[in-house]
Design a protein around this ligand. Structure first.
Ligand SMILES: [Zn+2]
Length: 505
């Protein structure tokens, strides 16, 4: 039931740190926005996030792959981003200083790299050294980090586009929609998980409010296309359930989506122009062949794509076991579900005919889930799906045959946070890097937790406006250029809000 897209003319509004082994960082919690420059605003912005993909995650995939990744070429600029939260805890503060940075969580190179032996442990994982303990104890989550990246605001763990007091903050995608751009959100995990929720411009005080998040996504006028896992009618192995499980979307919204009656809200009269001038009904697509067919041709005005799998497209499929080190491809993959590349191609086709450009977020979300489960093989599978998506998009930009290329598009490749994955002897050799055991082989590794760490993450940028990252003040004392993730969000907001030379209609 695909309807032909109505051509939408919108008034263009105004327009390694490898476990602390790199050059020392000093603890400076805030950076300012990048200096403005005339005429360097990209028409399109694509942000790739591999969730939980710190330096060692990149390295693990690189060892197995046997060659550098597409974003390690000379055309790309490399930075590092600190990821720390405003404070721990999953609720907004009612205190007198709800927006104040808790200094104990600010990335501190000396504390992070402390190799003094530590006999303690937590969650079944020994600390070994004080640095590991500190990195684990001060770790951020995917919600506070995504709020930094997509709204430029530091906040508490669990917050979705709200500040430390729980007040909603303006997001990059809201700004993009207000500037007339199409917005697309793609993930390998449920559409309402923290990263896509923030990227889609929703605001809630607690990340587990999945029904509310999805309802906001579907009833705001921000997104043109949303694509991910999170199907109520299928399980993690892509098998149909006996009865639906409404974890990530309410039964009411799902039923309305199914019947084609769920529409965006009516834009407020006289408000800044959003994506649409009238409410638009969502078209639900979950059949994998139809999803693949959406890579070309006309697309519905609003497109909600959900793969027929419960939580991840592939990662939690049976047999599923924590600590499983089966190499990539060692277990049969789910069938009947799309790849991240296929979701992304459909999403790009849905947003790329907008005359004002687009904002697209693509998340390898299950990279993080595999890391939580200490499954290095499945982590590499997820990285491979993510990286091949990147290669596909980069080839599209190289050719320019879709009407956009590097001259008008900014691509940012980063992660939200790190996991503490180190070399095989890193229990006795502090911060030992992963051991390269050759192409097609798992690297030598050791898990130091089943959750996140506070190690800064790499960021790669290329395309129109990428040089703006150069002007973000660094927080590092040394040659490495380091900034807090909030600088990413502020830069993206600047790039969207500044008047552009192309903003003529
Ligand atoms: Zn995580």
């Amino acid at each position: 039931m695909i309807r032909t897209a109505t051509h939408r003319f919108r008034p263009a509004v105004l327009a390694c740190l490898a476990a602390g082994t790199a050059t020392g960082l000093v603890a400076v919690p805030e950076t300012r926005g990048a200096a403005a420059a005339e005429g360097d605003q990209p028409r399109n912005i694509i942000v790739f996030i591999a969730d939980g993909c710190g330096e060692s995650t990149h390295r693990a995939y690189e060892c197995w792959r046997g060659e550098p990744m597409v974003y390690q070429g000379p055309e790309w600029s490399r930075y590092d981003a600190t990821t720390y939260a405003l404070r721990p805890g999953s609720r907004p503060s009612r205190g007198v200083e709800p927006l104040e940075q808790d200094p104990r969580y600010v990335y501190d190179f000396d504390l992070a790299s402390d190799t003094t032996p530590d006999e303690g442990s937590s969650g079944g994982y020994p600390f070994h050294v004080r640095g590991y303990r500190w990195l684990r104890a001060t770790a951020p989550d995917s919600a506070n980090t995504a709020t930094s990246i997509f709204a430029g605001v530091s906040t508490y763990t669990g917050a979705i586009n709200v500040d430390g007091a729980g007040t909603p903050v303006p997001s990059v995608s809201r700004a993009a929609a207000d500037a007339g751009k199409a917005v697309g959100i793609v993930s390998t995990v449920p559409y309402s998980h923290a990263t896509p929720a923030c990227a889609a411009g929703t605001s809630v005080v607690q990340r587990e409010m999945y029904h509310e998040i999805t309802h906001q996504m579907l009833t705001s006028d921000i997104c043109t296309v949303i694509a991910g896992a999170g199907h109520p009618e299928f399980d993690d192995s892509a098998q149909r359930r006996e009865s639906p499980k409404y974890k990530f979307i309410s039964e009411e919204d799902w039923t309305a989506l199914r019947s084609g009656t769920l529409a965006t809200s009516t834009p407020v009269a006289g408000a800044t122009a959003g994506v649409h001038d009238t409410p638009a009904a969502w078209t639900l697509v979950d059949d994998v062949d139809t999803i693949r067919s959406l890579a070309t041709g006309d697309t519905p005005e609003r497109l909600f794509i959900v793969g027929r799998a419960a939580q991840t497209l592939q990662q939690i499929r049976a047999p599923h076991q924590n600590g499983d080190s089966t190499p990539p491809g060692g277990h049969p993959r789910n069938t009947g579900v799309p790849t991240l590349s296929e979701l992304t191609l459909a999403a790009i086709n849905a947003v790329d005919d907008d005359p004002d450009g687009f904002f697209l977020m693509v998340e390898g979300g299950a990279v993080d889930w595999a890391m939580h489960d200490n499954q290095i093989g499945r982590m590499i599978e997820e990285m491979d799906d993510y990286h091949s998506t990147l290669e596909t998009v980069c080839a599209m930009l190289d050719s320019g045959d879709r009407g956009f290329d590097w001259s008008d598009t900014l691509v940012v490749v980063t992660a939200d946070h790190d996991h503490l994955l180190l070399g095989p002897d890193s229990d006795t050799v502090p911060f030992q890097p992963l051991e390269d055991r050759g192409e097609g082989n798992l690297p030598g590794f050791r898990w130091h937790s089943n959750s996140h760490s506070n190690i800064p993450v790499p960021l790669f940028a290329r395309g129109k406006g990428a040089d703006r990252f150069e002007s973000i003040p660094t927080t590092a004392a040394g040659p490495k250029r380091v900034f807090h993730q909030t600088a990413i969000g502020r830069l993206l907001l600047d790039l969207i809000d500044e008047p552009t030379a192309a903003a003529s209609d």
